[in-house]
Design a protein around this ligand. Structure first.
Ligand code: 7ML
Ligand code: ZN
Length: 867
C-alpha cells in the first residue's frame, strides 16, 4: 500500500477515552438540506485528571453550524475541526455537548449516512455511516440510549420512523409534523436508523413465549402491498424459531421492516427498524422465483436473529465482525434447513462457500475470519467473515452437539447482554459451558487460507483392521507464510461393496499435521465416505477412481456426500477433457451411466436430484487448476453437457414431463423441487439445439404462470442463437418494464448469456433508458452479472471484458465507492489464470490505480490485488 492510507490494526485497539450515555437527536428533514441537532450526555472513561485527554468525534462531509458545551456556545480555538473529526482539547469529566450540523441527503450518492431513495429519506450506518449524519464516537463499543425526533413535511413524508418504541407525535402550523421515538436498549450508532416517506404498510402481531404482544409492520410503496405476505410469514417463523431453538425472545413493542430500492447491501438489522433492499422483501408468484422466495425467508430471518446476535450482544470493534455475522449466518442457515430440505440447504450453502469463499482464501485478498488489519472496513464484509465464519461456528456446534452448543449460547447471551465483546468471549462461553478446551480450535479465527487434507488408507485383511491416515496442510496467504495445524472435525463412514454402512457417522478430530485412525473388526476392504455433511471448510483429497465415485454417488448414506461424489466425478472428467486426455472419453461413459441410473431411479426429493444432476460451475472448475484458460473450461463443460443431453435425451424428456405440474402454480417447497428438476431437464434438452425443444421452451416461457418457469425458459433462450431469442426478451421487457426487480432479471439474463457478442450487447444496455449507475441493484444486474456470472465472456482472450469492468469501476467509484470496490472482485481472481490473461488483468488494475482520485475502498482492493 504505497498511497498514504491509514491502516487500522487489531493490536492497536484501546478502549474509548469518553463514553456517551444518552443521545437526543432532532432531525429537521428535507431532501436538499437536513438540519441535525444532537445532544450528547458524555463522561470520561479513563483514570486521570480532568481534560488530560482530548475528545475526538468522528464526522465526514458535515457542515457544522454550532456547538455548545454544557449550554455555552464554543468557537475556535476552544475546539478544532479536522478533515474527518471534531476535536475538543480539554473536556470536563462529565458534560453535555450539543451540535447543529447540516447535511444534504439528495446529493448523497454513496447510500451511506442519510440519503434519498425513491422520494423517501432513509439511513444506512453500518459500519461507519453515522459519522456522515453528525459528530459522534462512531465505534461499536460506545453504546448509548437514543431518543430521536423527526420533523418533516406532512404531505411528502407522512410516515416518520426510527428505532425503539413510538413515544409522542404532533402537528405544527407550517404543514410539518413530528414524531418522537425512544429506544430503551443502549446501542452503538451503527444500529441507528430513520425513515421518512410516503409508505404504506401491512401489519400483523406476534405473541412472544412470555405472552407479550408485538406489532409487526412491513412498510413498502403502496403499489407493493400485495407483495409482502411472504416476508411477514418468514418473520413470524423466525421469531418462533429463535424462541424454540435458542430461547431468545423479542424485546420491543414493535418490529418494523422498510423496503428500499436503492440499497448497497442485502439488508440491515437496525434495532427494531430493519432496512431491506426491496429485492429481499417483495415477492409474488408472478414476479419472484422460487429462489427469491428462499432468499427472502433467509434474509428476513438473518436480520431478525441479529436482535440477539449483534444488537443485544454486539461487537467491541470491527475486527470482531464475524462474532455477529458468522454466528448469525449459521443461525439463518440452521433456520432455513429446519424450514425445508436440510440436505439441499447444506449443498447450496457449501456450493456458495466454494464458489465465493474458497477463491477469496486462495487469492491476494485472503484474510482470517477475524482480520488483523484493514484500510476500509466496508471491504471486510466478505465471504470469509460471513460464510467461513458460519462454518467455524458450525464446527463448534458439531464438536459440542446441539445441547452443548445451546448451553454455550445461553451462557454467552446471559453473560454479555448489553455488552460489546470479542470473538474470544464467544469461544470462552462455549468452552466454559461445556468444560472443553478450544485453544487449538481458535486458530480458525486467526489463520487464513483453506486447509487441505490428504487422506490415504490401508486395509489389513488378516487383522481385519482398516487404517485411515489424514495429513493436513494450509497454503501461505498474505502476511502468513506458515500455518500451525488446525483442529478439524471430520465425519466419516465406511461402506462395504454392497453399499451397506460398515461403520457410520463417526466424528474424527484431526489435530496433528498427520494422524492415523484405526478401525477394528472390518471384514472387507471398505470404501471411505469422508467429510460427510462437510463438517469442516477444507479441501479433502482421496484417490477415488471414477467407479468408486459413481458408487458413492449412488449409495452413500450421506446425501451431501452423494452430491459431492457427483461433483468430483464430473469435475475430473471435464478437466481431463479440457486437457484432451484420452481417458476423459472413457470416464464420460461412466458419467453417462451414473446419470442414467439417477434419471431412471426413484426420485424422493426432486430438489436434491436436481442438485445431483447439476454440473460443477465454471468458476469452481477454474479454481481446481493452474494456468487456466476459462474459455477451454467452458468448452469442455459444454461438451459434457451436450453428451449427457444426446445420450440421455429420452430420460430428460421423461423427467421434464414427470415433474410438470398440473393446475395453477403452488409455492410450497415440494412444488419448487419439481420445478427445479423440470427446468434442469429442460436445460439439458436445450443443449441439443433442436428446433422442437426450442418451441417447447418458448411455450413454457409464454404459458407459464410463475416467474421460476418463465425465467428458466427465458434464460435458456437468451443463451441460444435462435429466432425465438429476441422476441422473447422484448416481450418480457414489455410486460415487466414497470417492475424494477423484474427488470433487473432482464438485464442479468442478457449479461450472463454465453453467446459470443454478449459484451457488445452489455455495452449497448448501458445506454438503455432503464439502466442507472446510481442504483446498486441495476449495477449488479448488468455489470455484476457479466463479470461474475459469465466467465467465458468476461475472460475473452482479447481482454475486452477486463477493460469493460475497469472502465465501469472508474465511473462508479466517485458515486458509490462501496459498490465499486465490491464489483471489482473478479479482477482480484487472477492467480489461477494463464499468463496472458494475468497480464491483461494486471494492466487494468494498474490503469485503475493511476486514476486521479480513487476512494479508499477501491484503492485497497486494487492495490492489494497487485501486491
Ligand atoms: C448476509 C449483510 C451485509 C453485507 C446484512 C450488511 C447484514 C451488514 C448487515 C446474509 C444475509 C443477508 C444479508 C447479508 C449481508 C453483506 C451481506 N449487518 O445483516 O449482515
Ligand atoms: Zn448480518
Amino acid at each position: 500500500m504505497s498511497k498514504e492510507v491509514n491502516v487500522i490494526r487489531l493490536e492497536d485497539y484501546t478502549p474509548p477515552d469518553y463514553l456517551i450515555d444518552e443521545v437526543d437527536l432532532h432531525f429537521d428533514l428535507d431532501p436538499e438540506q437536513t438540519l441535525v441537532r444532537s445532544r450528547l450526555t458524555m463522561r470520561a472513561n479513563f483514570d486521570g485528571a480532568e481534560g488530560a485527554r482530548p475528545l475526538r468525534l468522528d464526522g465526514r462531509e458535515l457542515e457544522l453550524r454550532s456547538v455548545r458545551l454544557n449550554g455555552r456556545e464554543l468557537s475556535p480555538p476552544q475546539y478544532r475541526l479536522e478533515e474527518e473529526a471534531f476535536v475538543l482539547p480539554r473536556p470536563p469529566r462529565e458534560f453535555v455537548l450539543e451540535f447543529e450540523t447540516l447535511i444534504h441527503p439528495r446529493g448523497n450518492t454513496s447510500l451511506e449516512g442519510l440519503y434519498e431513495s425513491g422520494g423517501n429519506l432513509c439511513t444506512q450506518c453500518e459500519a461507519e455511516g453515522f459519522r456522515k449524519i453528525t459528530y459522534y464516537l462512531d465505534r461499536p463499543d460506545v453504546m448509548a440510549r437514543f431518543t430521536t425526533t423527526l420533523v418533516a413535511d406532512r404531505h411528502d413524508f407522512p410516515v416518520l420512523l426510527s428505532n425503539g418504541n413510538p413515544e409522542a407525535h404532533g402537528e405544527r402550523e407550517d404543514g410539518r409534523h413530528w414524531v418522537r421515538w425512544r429506544d430503551p436498549f443502549p446501542k452503538p450508532c451503527y444500529l441507528f436508523a430513520l425513515v421518512a416517506g410516503d409508505l404504506a404498510h401491512v401489519e400483523d402481531r406476534f405473541t412472544t413465549c412470555s405472552g407479550r404482544e408485538v406489532t409487526l409492520r412491513l412498510h413498502v410503496e403502496r403499489h407493493n402491498l400485495h407483495k409482502c405476505a411472504h416476508a411477514m410469514r418468514s418473520l413470524k417463523r423466525a421469531m418462533a424459531w429463535d424462541e424454540r431453538v435458542y430461547g431468545r425472545e423479542y424485546d420491543l413493542d414493535i418490529y418494523q421492516i422498510v423496503a428500499v430500492d436503492d440499497f448497497n447491501m442485502g439488508a440491515m438489522e437496525n434495532k427494531g427498524l430493519n432496512l431491506f433492499n426491496s429485492k429481499f422483501v417483495l415477492a409474488s408468484p408472478e414476479t419472484a422465483t422460487d429462489s427469491d422466495y428462499e432468499h427472502i425467508e433467509g434474509v428476513v430471518a438473518h436480520e431478525y436473529f441479529h436482535n440477539w446476535s449483534g444488537n443485544r450482544v454486539t461487537c467491541r470493534d470491527w475486527f470482531q465482525l464475524s462474532l455477529k455475522e458468522g454466528f448469525t449466518v449459521f443461525r439463518d442457515q440452521q433456520f432455513s434447513a429446519d424450514m425445508g430440505s436440510a440436505a439441499v440447504k447444506r449443498i447450496d450453502d457449501v456450493d456458495r462457500l466454494r464458489r465465493y469463499q474458497f477463491p477469496e482464501d486462495a487469492g491476494p485478498l485472503a484474510h482470517p475470519v477475524r482480520p488483523d488489519s484493514y484500510v476500509e472496513i466496508n471491504n471486510f464484509y466478505t465471504a470469509t467473515v460471513y460464510e467461513k465464519g458460519a462454518e467455524v461456528v458450525r464446527m463448534i456446534h458439531r464438536l459440542l452437539g446441539p445441547e452443548g452448543f445451546r448451553r454455550g449460547s445461553d451462557l454467552y447471551f446471559e453473560r454479555h447482554d448489553g455488552q460489546a465483546v470479542t470473538v474470544e468471549e464467544f469461544v470462552r462461553a462455549m468452552e466454559e459451558a461445556n468444560g472443553v478446551d478450544l485453544t487449538q480450535f481458535r486458530r480458525w479465527y486467526s489463520q487464513a487460507g483453506t486447509p487441505r487434507i490428504e487422506a490415504s488408507d490401508h486395509y489389513d485383511a488378516a487383522a481385519q483392521r482398516y487404517t485411515l491416515t489424514l495429513r493436513q496442510s494450509c497454503p501461505p496467504t498474505p502476511g502468513q507464510p506458515r500455518k500451525l495445524p488446525f483442529h478439524i472435525p471430520v465425519e466419516e463412514g465406511l461402506l462395504d461393496p454392497s453399499g451397506k454402512e460398515l461403520h457410520g457417522g463417526t466424528l474424527l478430530e484431526l489435530r496433528e499435521p498427520e494422524q492415523s485412525f484405526h478401525f477394528e473388526g472390518v471384514p472387507r476392504r471398505p470404501l471411505p465416505s469422508l467429510l460427510r455433511g462437510f463438517t469442516a471448510p477444507v479441501i479433502l483429497e482421496y484417490p477415488y477412481d471414477e467407479a468408486q465415485l459413481a458408487f458413492l454417488m449412488a449409495h452413500d448414506g450421506d446425501p451431501f456426500n452423494r452430491w459431492d461424489a457427483a461433483q468430483r466425478l464430473a469435475s475430473g472428467i471435464i478437466l481431463r477433457l479440457m486437457e484432451n486426455r484420452a481417458e476423459g472419453e472413457e470416464y464420460l461413459e461412466q458419467l453417462v451411466e451414473a446419470v442414467r441410473k439417477v434419471q431412471t431411479g426413484p426420485v424422493t426429493d426432486p430438489a436434491f436430484t436436481a442438485r445431483l444432476l447439476t454440473l460443477p460451475g465454471e468458476e469452481w472448475l477454474a479454481g481446481q487448476g493452474e494456468e487456466v484458460d476459462p474459455v477451454a473450461i467452458h468448452r469442455a463443460r459444454e461438451r459434457v453437457r451436450r453428451t449427457l443431453a444426446q445420450r440421455l435425451r429420452g430420460g430428460w424428456a421423461a423427467l421434464y414431463e414427470a415433474h410438470r405440474e398440473s393446475g395453477p402454480c403452488r409455492l410450497d417447497a415440494e412444488a419448487a423441487g419439481h420445478r427445479s428438476l423440470k427446468n434442469l431437464s429442460l436445460g439439458y434438452l436445450m443443449a441439443l439445439e433442436d428446433e422442437e425443444v426450442r418451441r417447447g421452451c418458448l411455450e413454457q416461457f409464454t404459458g407459464s404462470d410463475n416467474m421460476t418457469d418463465t425465467l428458466a425458459a427465458l434464460r435458456l433462450l437468451a443463451d441460444c442463437d435462435c429466432p425465438q431469442r429476441q422476441p422473447a426478451l422484448d416481450a418480457f421487457y414489455g410486460q415487466w418494464c414497470e417492475d424494477p426487480l423484474v427488470v433487473d432479471k432482464w438485464f442479468s439474463i442478457q449479461a450472463a448469456s454465453s453467446l459470443p457478442d454478449t459484451l457488445e450487447r452489455v455495452q449497448a444496455l448501458l445506454r438503455h433508458p432503464a439502466f442507472n449507475l446510481r442504483n446498486p441493484n441495476r449495477v449488479r444486474a448488468l455489470i455484476g452479472a457479466f463479470s461474475q456470472g459469465n466467465p467465458v465472456n468476461f475472460h475473452r482472450p482479447d481482454g475486452a471484458g477486463y477493460r469493460f469492468l475497469a472502465d465501469r469501476l472508474l465511473e462508479l467509484d466517485p458515486l458509490n465507492p462501496q459498490v465499486a470496490a465490491r464489483l471489482a472482485t473478479p479482477l482480484t481472481r487472477w492467480r489461477h489464470l494463464e499468463a496472458r490473461r494475468r497480464e491483461l488483468i494486471r494492466a487494468e488494475l494498474e490503469r485503475i490505480l493511476s486514476a486521479a482520485r480513487l476512494s479508499k475502498d477501491l484503492y485497497e482492493v486494487v492495490s492489494k490485488s497487485l501486491a
